[in-house]
Write a protein that binds this ligand. Structure first.
Ligand SMILES: *[C@@H]1O[C@H](CO)[C@@H](O)[C@H](O)[C@H]1NC(C)=O
Ligand SMILES: *[C@@H]1O[C@H](CO)[C@@H](O)[C@H](O)[C@H]1NC(C)=O
Ligand SMILES: *[C@@H]1O[C@H](CO)[C@@H](O)[C@H](O)[C@H]1NC(C)=O
Length: 437
C-alpha cells in the first residue's frame, strides 16, 4: 500500500493583475502563473520535520511504483465493476492552492495531471476522510449551482457501476449524482455543480464544473481538501479554462528547501532558445484520452542505444510522479548498460524499491552520457535526472521497471522547461536553469 502520511503543499502566487473571466463575455485572462511547492518542501505548512531524507526518497519511490501499477491493474480485481474507464491519480507530489465559491474559500488540493474532475469535500459529508480545513459548504456560497442529470457536463463523466447502480445518475431533485473512482480504488461521490474557481487575484473562472463530494474515501491526506484534475478531458481545469488552458508549462528545479515551481498558463508560457525540441502529444481514445502520452523510441547509455521499436505512444509524461517507470524489458537493458558504464560495486538496499544503488564510498566518478529519445526530441539528461541521492551515503538510479503504465516522471524533468501545447499537439523541452525562472 501507499504510505499515507502524505505531506505536501503548493503555493499559489498571485499575478499582479486581476482578470475577471465570465463565460458570457468570453473575457479570458491571457496568461497567469502559479508557483508550486513540492510536498516535501519545508515551506509547506504540512512539512514533517521528523522524516529523514531517506524516508522521503523511499516514500516517493513507493508512490511512483504504485501509480504505475494501479494503472496496469485497472481492469482486474475489484474494479471489474468498472464500466467505462479508469482514472489515474497523482502520487501527490504537488498541491495547489485554489479558491472556490463566493465569498471565496481557499483550500489545498492535489494537482493531478492524470485525471480530470475538480472536486472538494463538501458538507454535509456522511463519509469524508478527515481534513484540517473546514469542509466546503455549498450553501454558504452564492455562486454554487447544482447541475441536472442529463446535462452535458454530467454526460461527460465516466460511467461507473456501483452495486448494480449506474453512475452518473439522477438524484432526488434531478441533480447529477456522480461516482468517480480512481485506479487505486479511492473514490469521490457526490453532486455535480458549477462554482466559481479562482487563483488568488490572478484569474477567476465562474461556472466551473465542480464535484461536491459527500462520500469520499481513499488515500487522501487530511491536509488536502480535494483534487484538481489537470488532464485533457472535458471536466479538467485545463479544459475548462478555455484558451488560456490550451498551453501550459512548468520548470522543475532541483529539490531545495527554498525553490518553487512555476505552473504557467497561456501567454505566461515561454520556453525558448536554441535548445528547444518538440515531440508529438499522442491522443488515444477511451480511458487513455485524459493522459499526456508521448512516444519513447529509445534510450542511450554511454554510446549504446536501446530501441523500443514503437511509434504509437508508449509513455505518460507526468509532473506528479517522482521516478521514471520504464517497461520491464527496456529497463533491464538500460540497467545493464548503466551498471557496465559505472563499473563500481553495487550497493544493495535491503528495503526496495530502488534497484540500482551505489554507496558514496565508491562514489561514481564518471556518469555516462544518458539520452532519452522521444520521437523528434532527443533529451540529454544530466546525472541529477537519472540518479537520486536517497541518503547521505547512497545514490540510486531514478528509474524503475513496471509491468503497468510507463511514466516519464519529475526527476527526469528537472531543469527542463516543459511546455504542453494542446492545440499544436506537442510537448516541448528546453534545458534551463529552473532556479533562475
Ligand atoms: C512524521 O514522520 C515520522 C517519521 O516517518 C512519522 O513517525 C510520523 O507519524 C509523521 N508525522 C505525521 C504527522 O505524519
Ligand atoms: C467533450 O466535449 C466535446 C465538445 O463539447 C464533446 O463533443 C464530447 O462528446 C465531450 N466528451 C465527453 C466524453 O463527453
Ligand atoms: C536523436 O538521436 C538519434 C540517436 O542518436 C538519432 O538517430 C536521431 O537522428 C536524433 N534525432 C533528432 C531529431 O535529433
Amino acid at each position: 500500500m501507499l504510505p499515507h502520511s502524505l505531506t505536501f503543499a503548493l503555493i499559489l502566487f498571485l499575478s499582479t493583475f486581476f482578470v475577471n473571466v465570465s463565460a458570457t463575455n468570453n473575457k479570458l485572462p491571457k496568461g497567469f502563473s502559479i508557483d508550486l511547492i513540492h510536498r516535501d518542501s519545508p515551506l509547506s505548512p504540512f512539512f514533517n520535520s521528523s522524516m529523514t531524507h531517506s524516508d522521503r526518497a523511499q516514500n516517493a519511490a513507493l508512490r511512483s511504483l504504485s501509480r504505475a501499477n494501479r494503472f496496469g491493474q485497472s481492469s482486474t480485481a475489484e474494479t471489474s465493476e468498472l464500466v467505462e474507464t479508469d482514472i489515474f491519480p497523482n502520487d501527490g507530489s504537488y498541491l495547489m492552492k485554489i479558491s472556490v465559491g463566493t465569498p471565496p474559500v481557499e483550500r489545498w488540493a492535489l494537482a493531478d495531471t492524470g485525471s480530470d474532475l475538480i472536486w472538494f469535500q463538501c458538507s454535509p459529508c456522511p463519509q469524508c476522510y478527515p481534513q484540517n480545513a473546514p469542509l466546503f459548504d455549498p450553501k454558504s456560497s452564492s455562486t454554487y449551482m447544482s447541475l441536472p442529470c442529463g446535462s452535458d457536463p454530467c454526460n461527460s463523466l465516466p460511467q461507473f457501476s456501483v452495486q448494480g447502480q449506474l453512475y452518473p445518475k439522477c438524484g432526488t431533485s434531478n441533480e447529477c449524482t456522480y461516482f468517480y473512482l480512481y485506479g487505486d480504488k479511492s473514490y469521490t461521490m457526490g453532486e455535480l455543480g458549477v462554482e466559481s474557481v479562482s487563483f488568488g487575484q490572478a484569474a477567476s473562472f465562474p461556472k466551473t464544473v465542480f464535484g461536491c463530494g459527500h462520500n469520499n474515501n481513499g488515500l487522501y491526506n487530511m491536509n488536502n481538501a480535494g483534487l484538481v484534475g489537470l488532464g485533457q478531458g472535458n471536466l479538467s481545469l485545463v479544459s475548462q479554462m478555455g484558451n488560456v488552458g490550451r498551453k501550459f508549462s512548468y520548470c522543475l528545479p532541483p529539490y531545495s528547501p527554498k525553490t518553487t515551481t512555476k505552473l504557467r498558463f497561456g501567454e505566461e508560457v515561454a520556453i525558448s532558445g536554441n535548445g528547444v525540441v518538440s515531440t508529438p502529444l499522442i491522443t488515444k481514445p477511451g480511458s487513455l484520452s485524459s493522459f499526456y502520452i508521448l512516444n519513447l523510441e529509445g534510450i542511450t547509455v554511454g554510446q549504446q542505444t536501446v530501441q523500443t521499436g514503437e511509434s504509437n505512444g508508449n509513455i505518460i509524461i507526468d509532473s506528479g510522479t517522482t521516478l521514471t517507470m520504464l517497461p520491464s524489458s527496456l529497463y533491464e537493458q538500460v540497467e545493464a548498460l548503466m551498471k557496465q558504464a559505472i563499473g563500481a560495486d553495487q550497493f544493495i538496499v535491503e528495503e526496495g524499491p530502488y534497484k540500482l544503488c551505489y554507496s558514496n564510498a565508491n562514489s561514481i566518478q564518471n556518469f555516462p552520457n544518458f539520452e532519452v529519445h522521444f520521437t523528434g526530441a532527443n533529451l540529454s539528461l544530466k546525472p541529477q535526472n537519472f540518479f537520486r541521492p536517497i541518503s547521505n551515503d547512497v545514490t540510486c538510479f531514478a528509474m524503475l521497471p513496471t509491468g503497468g503504465m510507463p511514466i516519464y516522471g519529475n526527476v527526469a524533468q528537472i531543469d527542463f522547461g516543459v511546455e504542453y501545447d494542446l492545440d499544436k499537439k506537442k510537448v516541448s523541452f528546453a534545458p534551463v536553469d529552473c532556479t533562475k525562472q
